[in-house]
Ligand binder design. Structure first.
Ligand SMILES: [Fe+2]
Ligand SMILES: [Zn+2]
Ligand SMILES: [Zn+2]
Length: 445
């Protein structure tokens, strides 16, 4: 659409600001556009609006004096009008590549009481299209530094709960609590926030761990099938030996490790000594590494480790390998992913110049992960199910000493995104007003 391009050509770009609100005057200075901490008493009413001199940004002052800026392309491509918002995800209604590279804001009307914006631009390709945005929707998506900081912090439950917050014993629930939505929600919330828990008094039935897991999400079947039997000897899984298992995440050779693991203790005779479980939060350890040894921290975000597993004698014979950094940062510099498993560690494929600094950083991170003060150690009892966010926490087992007696565990997995999704859905169903949590799936959001 070119109808307004002449009117708003380069010749008029020197005209001060275009303050569009009917009845409002063009007299305010940048200094009057204050920043404020969003969240508290956040206003959804636009008090003043203007188009930046280069016509690339719409600047809004809210009734609480907060200032937001929205880019012209962002406003157009995320338009909320009925023509642009699909009824179902998957319907692509705004053909972004079809728009020209150059687009300019032309006119803005913030509507009755500053709550509904209508925006005209140059470069529009759909006939008679006017961009529509509810002011409330825009305010919730203000991407100024303060608002981004706020939303990321609100989601960062990892730094506010669990090991980071001083938790040093396993939160406990009973199996009977999982009989309704409230109970399953409480369970999901504990996994989201703390990262681990114990379910007590679970019946000693073969495969029941799968039925419990399915209360949270569809089962994630792995190379070992629906679940893995772990006994003192004879199985095809590494945990069947009696040696100590170092702190690790399960199945790191997948591009994304299984998200939540459940370990059901069916039998653990008193005659079997040792075999205590250990658990800690790898995100917390990574933050300590960042503080104590920034160079090593940087190395683990730049130099990748290798993981592999080749086993042709299991339920689904497998040959897997994956190279990834132990620590993943997001766009904002936040830790969003950690992978750690000394058991499935494979020969690293690195430039010679990186090998030494890699092992130096690896040793330091391992030392922090293994600090006793950051760990929880406990002995599983028959009827316990240990539940762990396998992408956030590492678990291990002390050496087992057994001349007689037996120990029998069964373990299965869920996908972390599925569990988070169930948590959000149950929260919605039970009117909990949730903020989606950061969970360790390489994303702050
Ligand atoms: Fe494990
Ligand atoms: Zn639209
Ligand atoms: Zn803001």
């Amino acid at each position: 659409m070119k109808r307004n391009q002449t009117k708003h050509s380069k010749h008029v770009i020197f005209i001060s600001y275009l303050c569009i609100r009917p009845g409002s005057r063009l007299v305010f200075s940048l200094s009057s556009w204050k920043k404020c901490v969003p969240g508290r008493n956040m206003s959804n009413e636009v008090k003043q609006s203007r188009i930046s001199l280069d016509k690339q940004n719409l600047e809004l002052v809210w009734a609480d004096t907060h200032l937001s800026r929205f880019n012209v392309k962002w406003l157009r491509f995320f338009c909320r009008c009925k023509k642009c918002v699909p009824e179902f995800k998957g319907l692509y209604l705004v053909d972004i590549p079809a728009f020209p590279e150059e687009m300019n804001l032309l006119e803005v009307d913030v509507g009755e009481k500053g709550t509904n914006l209508s925006i005209q631009i140059s470069g529009e390709i759909y006939p008679d299209h006017v961009i529509k945005h509810p002011a409330k929707w825009l305010r919730e998506r203000c991407n100024c530094d303060a608002c981004l900081h706020d939303v990321i912090n609100a989601r960062d439950v990892i730094s506010r709960y669990g090991i980071s917050a001083g938790v040093r014993e396993m939160p406990k629930m009973t199996h009977s609590e999982l009989g309704d939505d409230e109970g399953v929600f409480k369970w999901a919330k504990t996994i989201m926030e703390v990262g681990f828990c114990l379910i007590k008094q679970v019946p000693l039935e073969n495969g029941i761990v799968v039925e419990i897991a399915k209360k949270l999400s569809p089962l994630l079947e792995t190379t070992y099938g629906k679940y893995i039997d772990i006994r003192l000897s004879g199985g095809k899984h590494g945990s069947n030996n009696k040696g100590a298992l170092p702190l690790h995440m399960d199945q790191p050779s997948y591009e994304s490790c299984p998200g939540v693991l459940l370990l059901h203790c069916l039998k653990f005779d008193k005659t079997v000594s040792g075999g205590n479980s250990r658990i800690t939060d790898a995100f917390y350890a990574a933050e300590i590494l960042r503080k104590e040894s920034p160079g090593d921290f940087k190395t683990l975000t730049e130099v990748p480790a290798s993981f592999d597993i080749v086993n042709y004698n299991i339920t689904h014979p497998c040959h897997m390998e994956h190279q990834k950094c132990h620590i993943v940062l997001d766009y904002f510099g936040k830790i969003v992913g950690v992978t750690w498993n000394p058991d499935q560690f494979a020969p690293v494929r690195l430039r010679q110049s990186d090998v030494d600094r890699y092992f130096k950083a690896h040793r330091k991170f391992s030392e922090i992960l293994n600090r006793p003060e950051n760990q929880i150690t406990f002995r599983l009892e028959a009827g316990d199910v240990m539940v762990v966010n396998n992408r956030r926490c590492v678990h291990g087992r002390e050496k087992i000493v057994a001349d007689c007696g037996s120990r029998h565990m069964q373990t299965c997995f869920l996908d972390l995104d599925d569990v988070k999704s169930k948590y959000m859905y149950l929260g919605h169903k039970l009117s909990k007003n949730l903020t989606p949590p950061k969970v360790g799936n390489t994303c702050s959001f």
